[in-house]
Design a protein around this ligand. Structure first.
Ligand code: CAA
Length: 262
C-alpha cells in the first residue's frame, strides 16, 4: 500500500525514508510512525538494502516533533498507547541489524530529536536545531528522549535541555556529542552516503553484531529498561493534568501558556 506521510526509495543499497509532511514541518503523526515501522520491517532482511537513511522533506525541518494537533485532547490511556507504539518503532530503529543514519536537515525537536537519537548516527546540516521542548507544552518526551538524551550528552546537560526546553544549534550539538558531524545542507546526503558506503565494505555480520553489542550496554540485558517504562507512564500521566491541556492549547492558539501547576 502507498504510504501517505513518507517517501521510500532504495538507491545504491540504501533505503531512504523521507518524512513528507512539510506543511506541518514533518511532524510525526501516529500514522507516520506506523508507516516508518512498516518500511523498516519490509526491508529488514532485504538483500539489496545494507543501510537506512532517515530524513525530512524540504530544507526547514527534519521533524518538528510529534503532531501536537493530534494528541492535544488525548486521555492518559491514549497517551500510553501513543508512547508505547512510538517506543516500539524507535526501538526497532535502534536495534535494526543494518546501520541507520539520521540526515538531520533542519528542526529536530521533541519526537524529531528522539527519532534522530534512536538512529545509530546523526549527521546534521548547518541549519539543524535540536531540542526537547515538551516541557513548554506541560508534557515530557514520550519517544525515549528522557533516556537517549542523557545517554548521548550526559545527565547534567540533558537535564538542562529537558527542563528549560531550550533548543541548540548544530555546532553546539556537535560539541555535546549529540551529532557525529555537521556539514552544509547541500552536502548532507553526500556525507551520509560516504559513511554508509564505507560501512558496506565491512562484513555485514560484524556490523549487525556491533550494533547489538553496543545496545546491550545501555539496556543491561533487558531490551526495554526501567527508564523507558517510567517515561511511558509519566508521559501518559501528564495527559491527566490541566497544564498539558493549557500547554498544547496555547501552542495551537499561538499564544504563551499560563501554567497553574495542576
Ligand atoms: N505538531 C503539529 N504541528 C506543528 C508542529 C508539531 N510538532 N510543529 C510545527 N507545526 C505546524 C505549525 O502549527 C504550523 O502550522 P500552520 O501553518 O497550520 O499554523 C506549521 O507547522 C509551521 O510551523 P510554525 O508556523 O510554528 O513555524 P515557525 O518557523 O514559526 O516555528 C518551530 C518553527 C519553532 C519548529 C515551531 O513550529 C514549533 O515550536 N513547533 C513545535 C515544536 C514542539 O513543541 N515539538 C514537540 C512536540 S511534542 C512531542 O514531540 C512529544 C513526544 O515526545 C512524543
Amino acid at each position: 500500500m502507498q504510504a501517505e506521510n513518507i517517501l521510500t526509495e532504495v538507491r545504491d543499497n540504501t533505503l531512504y525514508i523521507t518524512i513528507n509532511r512539510p506543511k506541518a514541518l514533518n511532524a510525526l503523526s501516529i500514522k507516520t510512525i506506523v508507516e516508518i515501522d512498516e518500511a523498516l520491517e519490509e526491508y529488514m532482511y532485504h538483500e539489496d538494502v545494507k543501510g537506512v537513511v532517515i530524513t525530512g522533506a524540504g530544507e526547514k525541518a527534519f521533524v518538528a516533533g510529534a503532531d501536537i494537533s493530534e494528541f492535544s485532547d488525548f486521555t492518559p490511556e491514549q497517551g500510553k498507547t501513543m508512547s508505547e507504539n512510538g517506543h516500539d518503532t524507535f526501538d526497532k530503529i535502534e536495534s535494526y541489524p543494518k546501520p541507520v543514519i539520521a540526515a538531520v536537515n533542519g528542526y529536530a525537536l521533541g519526537g524529531g530529536c528522539e527519532l534522530a537519537m534512536a538512529c545509530h548516527m546523526r549527521i546534521a546540516s548547518e541549519n539543524a536545531i535540536f531540542g526537547q521542548p515538551e516541557v513548554n507544552l506541560g508534557l515530557i518526551p514520550g519517544y525515549g528522549g528522557t533516556q537517549r538524551l542523557p545517554e548521548l550528552i550526559g545527565k547534567g546537560k540533558a537535564l538542562e535541555l529537558l527542563l528549560t526546553g531550550d533548543s541548540i544549534n548544530a555546532a553546539m550539538a556537535l560539541e555535546l556529542g549529540l551529532v557525529n558531524d555537521v556539514v552544509p545542507q547541500s552536502e548532507l546526503m553526500k556525507r551520509v552516503q560516504e559513511i554508509l558506503q564505507k560501512i558496506y565494505t565491512k562484513g555485514p555480520v560484524a556490523v549487525s553484531k556491533i550494533i547489538q553489542s553496543v545496545n546491550a550496554h545501555y539496556r543491561s540485558g533487558s531490551y526495554v529498561g526501567d527508564g523507558y517504562k517510567t517515561e511511558i507512564s509519566q508521559f501518559s500521566a501528564c495527559m491527566d493534568s490541566e497544564d498539558f491541556r493549557e500547554g498544547t492549547a496555547a501552542f495551537l492558539e499561538k499564544r504563551k501558556p499560563q501554567f497553574q501547576g495542576r
